[in-house]
Design a protein around this ligand. Sequence first.
Ligand code: CP
Ligand code: NVA
Length: 302
Amino acid sequence: MDSLLSICDIKEDVLNIIDLACDIKADKKEEKPLEGKTLAMIFQKSSTRTRVSFDVGMYQLGGRAIFLSSNDLQMGRGEPISDTARVLSRFVDGIMIRAIEHDDVIELAKYSDVPVISGLTNLEHPCQVLADVLTIKEHFGSFENKKICFAGDGNNVCNSLLLIAPLLGMDMSVACPKGYEPNEDILKIAQEYAKENNTEIVISDNLNVALDNVDVVYTDVWVSMGDEAEKAQREIDLAPFQVNQELMNLANDGAIFMHCLPAVRGQEVSAEVIDGPQSVIYDQAENRLHAQKAVLYYYLKD
Ligand code: CP
Ligand code: NVA
């Protein structure tokens, strides 16, 4: 069964899903295409946007969603993931999961007879970056000649952005201190995609290099869920990569600021930037709903 665990899983279909999201947002698709369908949503970590947008998305498409906190599931008490996958597959039409370990999501998908959609793991956040590129397309009209710079911790969101940017013909840079680079395996795949699509990927701890000719400046928290024990060290190491007005001024005129949220003002981004005129964070958050409805339509519609 096809699942969405990584941007690699939709390598050939990214543009179709974005077009679908645009049509859904413009109300151009049929009403209630998922009538009678049910989505199980397993959360091992906190969520506002992902949880609410999947729930509302299913409702708006005519189906329903069931929220399952992993603390309340037998899985949280040690029931094998394989049994959970097989049993849920008998009840529901799709499973969305926000998991601590990416490998657990791979295991769930392996034993599931229905599509599994990742709502974030330690490695990737594919649904987030679909909403992000939809926002970029809406803002600039196209992806042509656009370049994204991710500044800060080379985390799950950064990994998914690295994969999706070259597939859409965009250049990408990551401005991060040594030791905070994106996942090596993901970077290798992203570099292959960049080669295939004639785009460029640059990883640098030099802000002037990473911010050269940039249209989108993106950042995310320095302390992701699960990294709390390293908080103090991360705050020291990542401080020079805070997205403030001085850093934004290194990007192109007309550059926008993006953040997947939740944000910590005064850490990875200054209040002046995130609440300023270049910020598109609330359009980006709204697009989680439209992009996710496209993903649900794509995976769950007969
Ligand atoms: N951006 C995002 O995934 O937000 P939540 O953690 O609130 O779902
Ligand atoms: N990198 C963050 C994203 C939250 C949406 C985390 O994993 O906590």
